[in-house]
Design a protein around this ligand. Structure first.
Ligand code: NA7
Length: 546
């Protein structure tokens, strides 16, 4: 510890804590962060609200929940043994397979003994006199740690629609995030789904297979494209295993850590026939290639984007038999890829089934939920079950739901009321010893790839401080301002910034969240890592330590 710290204070600091670190969340990031902290000899306790590991993959057990990233590019890369022994069953694994995988990881590395399940962190207050965090749990108990690390995910604070009467409904209802653990049968039942985001699209496609009737309540249609999932054969798995090094290296080079790289050509450099052939090829290939591997200007040039959107509109018209329904399923308020592209497996054909009805909420908005179902401006719809696929208070929502206070009792929610301020999406000035794995201003994309890097960086920073006897790490105000300015600057010129969605921090169901904010880093993961490495190489000058 720094010699400037007086002996009495030093004694108080050293004896103050129950744990070296508390991690909030036992999903992909929490599990890996725990593993890394153990390696550097830190006593760690993970608090997890769920009864099992997995985070997103623990909670979202709605029918049809699955990856849109290739499974074998999503798994952890840090353990050769794990890579050698785990066989992926599907190229885009469903929730049960992913949950099994994360349980396997927890067991293999004996992680459970440091995880306290069924425990929600409700408050965390920084204590200046002992360089520690006083953490309050939902049973009213407290514990104290030197470091507080959030691994709360980016889409973990589910939001219900702001419509009256939700509690009055007599049938079964739930948000997709809070799906029951017991199997739910739709056989012969009248089912409603509200919401047509990535979750709604997966749910609708699955529920339509067995429901007596399914009514979809859509506010905004989606530029959804085919996933083309399939089983991984034994030969494919052995090929994937041989190529893991190359697969992960490719992910490191791309903006979103996916295996797909943008085509270097502009839409306008090719003939119309070449363009159509390329788009048909992408439409026929698995995964996010159509979003991440498209012409380089599809997400930056309005005209290029309009042409791509027209291509997809034609596909929807070809696939949906009723031309009136087809038009309702074609987005008109935004272009392709400017919201997160939901991948689908027969979604549009669902609307050709006699048991499925589409209600366009722009024509007939929901007035309220009734004891028997949903009342729109023109009809009463009776249901046995209502499924709310209405999304999340994304990125900052999970933070806002915890009373986090830094130096001087400043609340994080207040500090971020207008927009988040962070250093590298990892530190927040005025919140010492508080570190975020995938907080606001982190780059989104293929989540575990970013998590492994960020957790490694967090672990290295803590180790650096500990080796020098430091007990307090805080980003400087100037560093947080510079990073935040940079995050805002690189957002400029990207078409998605002009569109309301969770990626621009908008959620009309959440008080104060109707204005767009810059909540994620759009500069790409390679640039993010370069900046992180500069900070490390410079001896963490942007982080004050004592
Ligand atoms: P999203 O993508 O935020 O979608 C939520 C959906 O719910 C979207 O269609 C919303 O319509 C709709 N919604 C929200 N509130 C209402 C009300 N009040 N009435 C009607 N419809 C409503 O969340 P998802 O869970 O699908 O996906 C989140 C991410 O998880 C996804 O992108 C993947 O990365 C994984 P809107 O578009 O706001 O008009």
């Amino acid at each position: 510890m720094n010699d400037a710290v007086a002996p009495a204070l030093r004694a108080r600091i050293e004896t103050a804590v129950d744990f070296d670190a508390i991690v909030i969340g036992a999903g992909v990031s929490g599990l890996y962060q725990l593993y890394r902290l153990r390696e550097i000899g830190m006593t760690t306790r993970v608090f997890e609200a769920g009864s099992g590991v997995g985070g997103t993959w623990y909670w979202n057990r709605y029918p049809g929940a699955r990856f849109d990233s290739e499974s074998w590019s999503y798994g952890f890369s840090f353990s050769q043994e794990l890579l050698d022994e785990w066989d992926w069953e599907e190229h885009f694994a469903g929730q049960p397979e992913t949950e099994r995988y994360l349980n396997h990881v927890a067991d293999k590395f004996d992680l459970r003994r440091d995880i306290q399940f069924d425990t929600r962190v409700v408050a965390a207050h920084y204590q200046e006199d002992s360089h520690s965090w006083n953490v309050t749990l939902d049973d009213g108990s407290h514990c104290v740690s030197r470091f507080l690390i959030t691994a709360v995910g980016v889409l973990s604070a589910p939001v219900m629609p702001r419509v009256p009467g939700i509690e009055s409904f007599k049938g079964q209802s739930c948000h997709t995030h809070d799906w029951p653990r017991e199997p739910v049968s739709f056989e012969g039942k009248r089912i409603a789904v509200i919401g047509t985001g990535a979750t709604g699209i997966q749910t609708i496609t699955e529920v339509a297979k067995t429901a007596g009737s399914l009514t979809v309540f859509q506010r905004t249609p989606q530029w959804s494209a085919p996933l083309h999932n399939s089983k991984v054969t034994a030969e494919e798995m052995s090929e994937i295993r041989k190529n893991y090094t190359e697969i992960f290296a490719r992910c490191q080079e791309t903006v979103g850590c996916f295996i797909h790289t943008p085509d270097p050509r502009s839409v306008f450099e090719v003939t119309e026939a070449e363009r159509e052939a390329f788009w048909d090829k992408l439409y026929g290939e698995p995964g996010f290639g159509i979003w991440m591997g498209n012409f380089r200007d599809v997400l930056t040039d309005l005209e290029a984007n309009r042409l791509m959107s027209e291509f997809l509109a034609r596909k929807i018209r070809e696939r949906v038999e009723d031309p009136v329904v087809a038009e309702k399923l074609i987005p008109v308020t935004y272009g392709f890829g400017t919201r997160r592209v939901p991948m689908e497996s027969g979604y549009f054909e669902v609307y050709n089934q006699p048991n499925v009805t589409l209600v366009d909420l722009n024509d007939t908005p929901i007035e309220c939920i009734t004891p028997d179902g949903i009342r729109t401006s023109d009809a009463e719809h009776d249901f046995d079950m209502i499924i709310y696929a209405t999304g999340f208070d994304a990125i900052t929502g999970a933070f806002d739901r915890i009373d986090i206070r830094g130096v001087g009792g400043v609340s994080l929610k207040d500090k971020w009321a207008e927009t988040p301020v962070t250093f590298l999406g990892i530190l927040v000035d005025g919140f010492p010893n508080f570190l975020m794995v995938m907080g606001p201003h982190a780059g989104l994309g293929n989540f575990p790839r970013a998590v492994e890097y960020t957790s490694d960086w967090v672990t290295d920073l803590i180790r650096h401080g500990r080796e020098r006897g430091m007990t307090r790490l805080d980003a400087t105000k100037a560093a947080a301002k510079a990073w935040t300015d940079h995050v805002i600057e690189v957002n400029d010129g990207l078409l998605f910034t002009e569109v309301d969605s969770w990626m621009t921090g908008v959620n009309h169901n959440v008080e104060g969240r109707h204005i767009r904010r810059v909540v994620r880093y759009s500069g790409g993961h390679p640039a993010f890592r370069r900046r992180c490495e500069e900070v490390t190489a410079g001896g963490y000058q942007e982080v004050s330590m004592d």
